[in-house]
Design a protein around this ligand. Structure first.
Ligand code: ATP
Length: 230
């Protein structure tokens, strides 16, 4: 078997919000490694810093102190261009699915693919349909988001996140707006597709019902990662 590669490597990371007197520390000495193919769930109380860490790993804000390597590339001190490059290898899934209302399911998925790669339109179309097949939406390809259920919209969001075969998927409360059956379906699909593509997943969640899909569970409290449970 191939040795899993390190996708994310965080060392001694500190992060602050605010300036001067209002400056307060949000993340304290974070150390975390995520390997390819691994599903990591991050839990913790509201305001403990989970989303802040997720957005740092996702190259959506700049690292202020410490080291954060994504695919071996240091993001501390990275230029905008380097952050954009890093983001091309990351799929994002949020609580609110963030689909574009004026595009069909297929167009939403296809747009993400065309933004990320230079593939020809016909190929992007085929891959987008195949991905919607994989999330069992073959009968909803030409539907607009307003005609889809919450679970179906979230499955389109999964298809969109995974269509460009990212190395890492970041999901912030992906099941929060879903009933328990749809929530389960959504995470099972994420798990299955990620294992097929050997991509790592980091999920922030308060949803105890999905903890069993994790290879590892990490806990954030007051801006610090607690020692791991297993
Ligand atoms: N842009 C900002 N400016 C100042 N403080 C912020 C900003 N964003 C977040 N914070 C503060 O940082 C802390 C961590 O917030 P964060 O959103 O990372 O927590 P969380 O664990 O994701 O919470 P939740 O589970 O409620 O989403 C909170 O105290 C929050 O008030």
């Amino acid at each position: 078997m191939m040795k899993p590669k390190s996708i994310v490597d965080v060392k001694n990371l500190n992060q602050f919000f605010g300036k001067r007197k209002l400056r307060s520390q949000i993340l304290f000495d974070i150390n975390l490694t995520i390997k390819s193919g691994e599903i990591v769930i991050m839990t913790g109380p509201s305001g403990s810093g989970k989303t802040t860490l997720l957005t740092l790993i996702g190259g959506l804000r700049s690292v202020q102190q410490g080291s954060l390597k994504f695919l071996g590339q240091e993001l501390y001190g990275a230029s905008n261009e380097q952050l954009v490059q890093a983001r091309r290898h990351i799929g994002y899934i949020f609580q609110a699915h963030n689909l574009l209302d004026f595009l069909t399911a297929r167009q939403n998925v296809q747009m993400s693919l065309e933004l990320h790669t230079n593939i020809p339109k016909w190929k992007a179309l085929k891959q987008s349909e195949a991905m919607l097949n994989a999330v069992h939406l073959e009968n909803r390809v030409n539907y607009y988001p307003c005609d889809l259920s919450g679970g179906q919209k979230q499955r389109v969001a999964i298809a969109r996140a995974l269509v460009s075969h990212p190395k890492l998927v970041l999901a912030d409360e992906p099941t929060a707006a879903l009933d328990s059956k749809s929530g389960r379906d959504v995470v099972t699909l994420m798990q299955q597709l990620a294992k097929e593509q050997n991509c790592a997943i980091l999920i922030v969640t308060h949803d105890n019902r999905i903890l069993d899909i994790a290879d590892r569970i990490i806990q954030m409290e007051d801006g610090k990662l607690l020692p791991e449970v297993f």
